[in-house]
Design a protein around this ligand. Structure first.
Ligand code: ADP
Ligand code: MG
Length: 344
């Protein structure tokens, strides 16, 4: 099985007056056609910057890709010119952002914005494009699409706007969608509806989906695999159910223990102590060691490599995985003491 997307050892730096922030520090992950990869981590761990580098929309300067490869359908995107890159975006990969109100154009009607995708990329007439826009509005279950196609973004609710963003992303039937905190700004009930819709359309179109979130609770039902990021690195990858059942990194366990759970009602919610590091001054050794309940001397000096995690009762790799933690059902952890964590 060839990967749809294969990110290898990606590095991104932000060079500012205050110094150099290594926002992405050797990240590798892959997504198979039709697969959903959740990328999880606290705010500031480099999830969005990785996605922006993949999409080719990095804020540059100050951001610079300083290393790595981004293979998409076998082609290294970092070797493409501006114009070629722009053609991949929209048609073959699309992004959904957290904040639809600032991502949508406030002075164009929803129909015009959806229709533009078809006019620009498919050369359709205005009339054809509008009927396609209505079709898309139906697809994402916006009620009364035909009546509402001339309305402006601010006339829709937050949940409906997020559906419009999904419609925009789906318009050209891309092979990969990156959804960056797509439901974070919504009410809990609307969150679930939008997430269900996204998962349903992803299955129907057999798209690869990267779902970025800081909320483990959101991804349990929709993701196939999870990659956990900390301080610009991937610290654990695993099939979603394995990770929930038996995390192999103390950071992942900390995230799991901080989800509110019905069966632990009344108990005080756990919070990982301390704060994520400033990316201009990441601690030596394992970047998580100052916050880690398992930290020992070696953790303060030696950066842990991403190890293959094996053990009885874990999902066996289906063959597409590799020790670099980039695919398949295999597991990896960047902890010196992953065995202790796994058996804790
Ligand atoms: P998150 O995991 O919350 O999505 P980001 O990927 O957005 O985190 O950001 C990771 C880090 O990259 C930030 O903590 C910051 O140090 C740096 N960064 C991101 N965007 C910029 C920017 N436009 N200018 C300077 N630094 C940035
Ligand atoms: Mg982000």
């Amino acid at each position: 099985m060839t990967a749809l997307l294969d990110v290898r050892d990606l590095r991104v730096e932000f060079r500012t007056r205050d110094g150099v922030a290594k926002a992405v520090n050797g990240v590798s992950y892959s997504v198979a056609p039709g697969e959903t990869l959740a990328v999880l981590g606290e705010s500031g761990s480099g999830k969005s910057v990785t996605a922006q580098a993949v999409m080719g929309i990095l804020d540059s300067p100050p951001g610079h890709v300083t290393g790595g490869e981004i293979f998409f359908q076998g082609q290294d995107l970092l070797k493409l010119g501006r114009e070629e890159r722009r053609r991949v975006r929209g048609a073959r990969m699309a992004m959904i952002f957290q904040d639809a109100l600032s991502a949508l154009n406030p002075v164009l009607s929803v129909g015009e914005q959806l229709g533009e995708m078809f006019r620009v990329h498919r050369g359709m007439s205005k009339w054809e494009a509008k009927s396609k826009a209505v079709e898309l509005m139906d697809r994402v279950r916006i009620p009364a699409g035909r009546q509402r196609v001339n309305d402006y973004p601010h006339q829709f609710s937050g949940g409906m706007r997020q559906r419009i963003m999904i419609a925009m992303a789906l318009a050209l039937e891309p092979d990969l969608i990156i959804a960056d905190e797509p439901t974070t700004a919504l009410d809990v009930t609307v969150q679930a509806q939008v997430m269900d819709l996204l998962a349903e359309l992803q299955r129907e179109f057999n798209m690869g989906l990267i779902l970025i979130t800081h909320d483990l609770g959101v991804v349990a039902d929709v993701a196939d695999r999870i990659a956990v990021m900390y301080a610009g690195r991937i610290v654990e990858t695993a099939p979603v159910h394995d990770l929930y059942r038996r995390p192999a990194h103390p950071y992942t366990r900390g995230l799991l223990d901080s989800i509110p759970r019905l069966d632990r009602k009344g108990r005080e919610l756990y919070a990982i102590k301390g704060l994520p590091p400033n990316l201009m001054a990441v601690p030596a050794g394992c970047p998580f060691h100052p916050r880690c309940p398992r930290a020992r001397d070696v953790c303060r000096t030696d950066p842990p490599p991403l190890c293959t995690v094996t053990g009885p009762g874990l999902t066996v790799s289906r063959g597409a995985g590799d020790a670099g933690g980039t695919g398949g059902a295999g597991r990896t952890s960047a902890c010196h003491f992953w065995k202790d964590e796994l058996h804790a």
